[in-house]
Design a binder for this molecule. Structure first.
Ligand code: THG
Length: 263
């Protein structure tokens, strides 16, 4: 599993405040904490409140790179913000994200190629997020075709079937799992799959239980990565255990310790 730490996001009050007051310390603490917890990437999202999001993204990238050598996942719907971040990234980054809409594809994929960045493609378009796996998979196919057209390697394409909160879109969850399975048949090599895990439990009680149960189900369906709360130890133990049961790691009685050390 490729784990993307979700915590440097202006939607969290402490991070939003740190961005607004240009205070590097809370940001750098979260970078180091998530790296120690086993993150492979760090998601950076200025949040809805940033006054000058281009300046904020540049500052976030510089601030995080001063204390962590993890690659970054630049999370914005504003592609000028993503481009400003990419210009500062020392390592190949992950662009988060691009929907299956032609003008956005034409903006994002050439930029990904220019910077050697990877891309998260969303199974949504102007009409929004469809419910059924057929429609989600059709949108994924449009993004696979775009990667091919613009010369972005399929290994660098991550498809996100967009998991929604279970309390408002319960009937979507099985469709997302089926989409994860089907995306693997779209090309050779297949694109990777990724979800924003914490979406599933937004505004519910038992958040951690919902997150880790869905994580294990999605891993069994073939999920390759997740933007998630890497500081949730029970979630990380579930990931380690699912990897053993899916024969992705060699069993040892000490597998939890082994996983934690390796991550
Ligand atoms: N797909 C992709 N990128 C994404 C998402 C996705 N980026 C953002 C998001 N979804 C994933 N990251 C988060 C981060 C935080 C929360 C959910 C998803 C979250 N936040 C608290 C809440 O809303 O209750 C914030 C409140 C707080 O604790 O302060 O749950 O799906 N490609």
């Amino acid at each position: 599993m490729i784990l993307v730490g979700e915590r440097i996001n202006g939607m969290f009050r402490d991070v939003g405040r740190a961005i607004a007051s240009v205070d590097p310390h809370p940001i750098q603490e979260w970078a180091q904490r998530q790296e120690a917890a086993g993150a492979d990437y760090l998601d950076l999202n200025c949040g809805p409140a940033a006054e000058d999001p281009i300046k904020a993204m540049r500052w976030l990238v510089d601030t995080v790179q001063a204390v962590s050598s993890l690659p970054l996942c630049l999370d914005s719907t504003n592609y000028d913000v993503i481009e400003a971040g990419l210009e500062r990234c020392k390592r190949p980054a992950l662009i988060n994200s691009c929907p299956a809409e032609r003008p956005k594809i034409e903006r994002v994929f050439p930029m990904a190629k220019r910077f050697g960045a990877k891309v998260i493609g969303l199974t949504m378009d102007k009409k929004g997020i469809p419910k059924d796996a057929d429609s989600r998979t059709a949108l994924a196919m449009e993004i696979v075709a775009a990667a091919d057209e613009f010369g972005v390697p399929l290994e660098d394409l991550w498809i996100d079937p967009l998991i929604l909160p279970v309390n408002v879109a319960q009937d979507h969850v099985v469709e997302v799992l089926e989409t994860i399975r089907r995306v693997k048949t779209l090309s050779s090599p297949p694109p990777k799959t990724v979800v924003g895990l914490s979406n599933v439990s937004q505004k519910t009680v038992n958040r951690s239980l919902l997150d880790r149960t869905f994580m294990v189900m999605a891993m069994a369906a073939g999920l390759d990565g997740a933007i998630c709360n890497v500081c949730d130890e029970e979630l990380m133990n579930s990931v380690a255990t699912a990897r053993i049961l899916l024969n992705q790691d060699v069993y040892a009685d000490s597998y939890l310790k082994v996983f934690r050390k390796r991550q």
